[in-house]
Design a protein around this ligand. Structure first.
Ligand code: RIB
Ligand code: CA
Length: 316
């Protein structure tokens, strides 16, 4: 059997769309060797994002994957949450319970430092589905771990699309822009999947029926979560469907040919004020700075949902 293409750490703040991303990843073991799930405060508090990550692991039938709890608050700013979007429990549309399997001993930051320090050069991919606090803390404490990273793939940011938590800022960046700046300045290979992309990967009646037709628990959980989750975005943006933000990161790893983007010079604004948390994409290289990010701006939306459906069909 061929070795999976990626040794992968998923850093996440589940979160409705995070759970969809986790299930997609767990359904793809031939491509993704998930080393661990690390959790961070974001959509809801850390205790709930950590419980929800353990729930996703249970639904995915992958209790072999360790879950490490990480940062309970951003580097500097006051915490911000999104219960209005993800519900008080961080999982809309489903009834949560205490999962069987507990957390792994130790912290997410300690796990990142130990694992990335011991990894062969550029061997581990990190999928960032929430605020980048854990990786930033690890890089601050142990800058040498950057050598162990193959690529950091981030759901976050916005440029032409505008923001979803302020007029210009996307939630994950707004929740900890200082952390994003630490990751950006570390020099690791960085790919961003911003709202400009995820607001084109929208659910529809047909796509929800495609998922419901799976007839398994994974399909039912995803349909129940998305039906509850997308309603707010559809109403707020007048969209015909809702974005499945975080699953796009996993789909990008599984089928990059579905996606298109460009190399750009990216900055993150961490100054107090109306542009706090904004990502500034230098689309035409006006500043003449070297490109530092691959910015994914488009994808085959139906191809994304076909991939999601066929992979979720593999789960229980
Ligand atoms: O802006 C969307 C992002 O913020 C997603 O990762 C969602 O889960 C929230 O964390
Ligand atoms: Ca998230």
């Amino acid at each position: 059997m061929l070795r999976p293409s990626f040794d992968l750490i998923i850093d996440t703040d589940p979160g409705a769309d995070d759970v969809v991303a986790l299930l997609l990843a767990m359904a793809s073991p031939e491509t993704l060797n998930i080393l661990a799930i690390t959790t961070v405060a974001g959509n809801v508090r850390l205790d709930k994002t950590s419980r929800n990550a353990r729930l996703a692991r249970e639904w995915g039938g992958r209790e072999d994957i360790p879950v490490y709890a990480g940062a309970s608050r951003p580097l500097l700013r006051a915490p911000v949450y999104a219960p209005d979007i993800h519900g008080e429990e961080g999982l809309p549309g489903v009834t949560v319970h205490e999962p069987r399997q507990g957390l792994a001993p130790g912290s997410a930051v300690g796990y990142l430092i130990d694992t990335l320090s011991a990894a062969p050069p550029h061997s581990i991919t990190v999928a960032m589905l929430g605020p980048q606090t854990n990786l930033a803390l690890a890089l601050i404490q142990a800058p040498h771990i950057a050598l162990g990273i193959k690529e950091v793939v981030v759901m976050g940011g916005a440029h032409f699309n505008g923001g979803n938590i302020t007029p210009v800022a996307e939630f994950n960046l707004f929740a900890d822009p200082e952390a994003a700046e630490v990751v950006l300045s570390s020099g690791v290979k960085l790919t961003y999947l911003p709202l400009d992309l995820t607001h084109t990967l929208l659910t529809s009646d047909a796509r929800m029926q495609q998922l419901a037709a799976l007839g398994n628990q994974a399909g039912r959980v995803v349909v129940d979560i998305l039906n509850a989750y997308v309603a707010t975005d559809m109403q707020r943006y007048g969209l015909p469907g809702g974005p499945v933000h975080d699953a796009s990161v996993i789909a990008y790893l599984l089928k990059p040919e579905l996606f298109a983007g460009r190399q750009i010079y990216l900055q993150v604004d961490s100054r107090e004020g109306p542009t706090y948390g904004q990502t500034i994409a230098d689309w035409h290289n006006a500043l003449g700075q070297p490109n530092n990010v691959t910015w994914i701006a488009s994808a085959d939306a139906q191809g994304f949902f076909d991939l999601l459906s066929t992979r979720l069909a593999r789960l229980q």
